[in-house]
Write a protein that binds this ligand. Structure first.
Ligand SMILES: Nc1ncnc2c1ncn2[C@@H]1O[C@H](COP(=O)(O)OP(=O)(O)O)[C@@H](O)[C@H]1O
Ligand SMILES: [Mg+2]
Length: 361
């Protein structure tokens, strides 16, 4: 599978003598050194790929360079160095009309404060991207209505934006992005201004939509929990640089540096991890035909605990083909809960093994 979106050694420097600044960054200079000269290194050597249908999350504190990176992905900002490839096409080489065309048809953006037009109906707001593309009114209204329906706003088409709650307005923003059929959605802190419950709702909605729409999404957030919930892969940014890229489990269980390790300290691991991360995968055999309750690799940790508490024996983890891919003895669950730092418990001890998995009830 070839990647849909690829960032190759992207740099963005604001200020004087940008190329020279990039050379210095390549030689190992950091943000602070350049700042002394009045130059801001907003993004430094960012590389990653996003596969079709993936949600790629860029996570970092305010000022770490997330928005600048995102704006380079759709050509709103020209990189100081590096390239952006979209379906193999070098976006950074496009200018003027060709670039606007790609941006209008293939890429949609959803911002934190979605600027709805106050004097246009919800339907017209959702249809705005299509109007820009020159889609005739009947078709764009039909497509916008469908996008609103997908976002849970059926029946609100004729309302005015100020009749909607903040969460609903943000849904209109999402509907506008979905209505255009763009393959690539760029979402910059799209849910950050929402109250926690509504925010969680929107995250759920996005995940549900994604199951059928399978867009390619780059989602920016400063919220680690949001990153972990949404991201198929996550890039952690610090001071302009990506300091780790991986799945939520990679970040949580195998932080590559002290910065990421300190960042994840307070994350509730039990909400992120699944059986695949916790199980002992060394055990294989014909136990799969046990008549007992079993888990799958993506069973959430909390569900696993509930199962483990009920069963006298380890939980068997079966894959889609119903083959045994691992077991989770109760000690492993307990040890995992007790771990204060993110490391995975050591491989199963003989004691774990002694609690044999032949759970033929
Ligand atoms: N147009 C600009 N001119 C100068 N500096 C900028 C500009 N845009 C962003 N920056 C600086 O680049 C750094 C990264 O900003 P930004 O990408 O907005 O970070 P984030 O989205 O992670 O909060 C910040 O130090 C910011 O002040
Ligand atoms: Mg930002």
């Amino acid at each position: 599978m070839s990647s849909r979106l690829e960032a190759e050694h992207l740099y963005k420097v604001f200020g004087r003598r940008e190329e020279e600044a990039v050379e210095r960054l390549r030689d190992g200079a950091d943000r602070e050194e350049l700042r002394a000269d009045g130059t801001t290194a907003a993004v430094i050597d960012a590389s990653f790929t996003v596969d079709p249908g993936q949600i790629f999350v860029v996570m970092g504190l305010s000022g770490s360079g997330k928005s600048t990176l995102l704006r380079m992905l759709n050509g709103l900002l020209a990189p100081t160095a590096g390239r952006v490839l979209f379906d193999g096409q070098d976006l950074t080489a496009l200018t003027g009309r060709a670039l606007r065309e790609v941006r209008a048809r293939k890429i949609s953006m959803v911002f934190q404060h979605f600027a709805l037009f106050p004097h246009r109906s919800v339907l017209d707001n959702a249809a705005y991207g299509l109007a820009v593309q020159g889609v005739p009114r009947p078709e764009r209204e039909e497509r916008a209505a469908e996008a609103l329906r997908l976002c849970g706003l059926a029946g609100w088409e004729k309302s005015w934006p100020d009749e909607l709650s903040g969460g609903m307005q943000q849904r209109v923003g999402l509907a506008r992005a979905l209505a255009t059929d763009a393959d690539l959605l760029l979402m910059d802190e799209s849910f950050s201004a929402l109250d926690p419950l509504i925010r969680r709702d929107m995250q759920d909605q996005l995940l549900t939509l994604q199951q059928t729409l399978k867009k390619t999404i780059v989602f920016i957030t400063h919220d680690l929990n949001e990153a972990m919930r949404l991201g198929d892969r996550i890039a952690v940014m610090r001071d302009g640089r990506i300091v780790q890229t991986g799945t939520a489990e990679d970040i949580l269980l195998r932080p590559e540096n002290d910065y990421v390790a300190s960042f994840i300290q307070d994350v509730d691991r039990t909400r992120v991890l699944t059986a695949a991360a916790v199980m002992d995968a060394q055990v294989r055999g014909d136990e799969a035909d046990c008549g007992c309750e079993t888990a799958t690799p993506d069973t959430p940790f909390t569900a696993l605990c509930a199962l483990g508490a009920r069963l006298p024996h380890p939980v068997a983890v079966l894959d889609g083909g119903r083959g045994l891919v691992g077991v989770v003895p109760r000690q492993r669950l307990l040890r995992f809960l007790g771990e204060s730092q993110g490391a995975l418990p050591a491989p199963a001890t003989p004691c774990d093994r002694g609690e044999k998995v032949t759970a033929r009830a």
